[in-house]
Ligand binder design. Structure first.
Ligand SMILES: [Ca+2]
Length: 183
């Protein structure tokens, strides 16, 4: 035996093995008993650490942005007359950049002022895009409408915010000119 039994005062019987805690606190915990059972016991001791690690990693993996603001067209062509056609030529495109279908039910798109479009029950397939127009129109799987009678996105600069159903901002895109922009 490389160690002295007298150093270990806390021997805890644990089935076929005994866990021994050193009295001086300077040495590590020793596990005594049959070699196979000792290995098994060590593996079981490690299991909670492995499971705990998986729980810590998993939420971060699922929280990665799967749907993002893809493109903004803040300045409708021509004068800002406020016609429905002009309003609808101002838009933001979202894209599912993941490889699986994603629900964006209850998600919102808004500008700095707070003009908000909220998605009803809605799913984007992998790689699919949806265009959110400022004016009125018939909603479809590819085109949605704020239904407003005046513009949302400032031509001189603004920020689009995409929030999930919990209200957490998952992506934002800022611009400082009237030029269309890939985010
Ligand atoms: Ca505009």
């Amino acid at each position: 035996m490389p160690w002295r039994t007298s150093r270990f005062v806390h021997g805890v019987p644990f089935g076929a093995v005994t866990v021994v805690v050193p009295a001086d606190g300077r040495s590590g915990v020793q596990i005594l008993g049959d070699p196979f059972m000792r290995h098994l016991f060590r593996a079981l001791l490690c299991l909670p650490l492995v499971l705990g690690g998986a729980l810590l990693v998993a939420p971060q993996a699922t929280a990665a942005t799967s749907v993002k603001i893809y493109y903004v067209y803040p300045d409708s062509p021509g004068s800002d007359t406020g016609s429905n056609t002009s309003l609808n030529a101002e838009y933001v495109i979202l894209k599912n950049v993941s490889s699986t279908s994603r629900s964006i039910t209850g998600w919102t798109l808004r500008d700095r002022t707070g003009y908000t479009y909220k998605f009803p029950t809605f799913t984007l397939k992998p790689g699919a895009k949806v265009k959110i127009h400022t004016g009125r129109g018939t909603a479809s799987s590819t085109d949605r409408y704020y239904g407003r009678t005046w513009y949302v996105w400032n031509n001189t600069g603004d920020t689009a915010y995409l929030k999930n159903s919990a209200g957490t901002t998952v992506h934002s895109c800022a611009w400082s000119s009237n030029k269309p922009k890939y985010c």
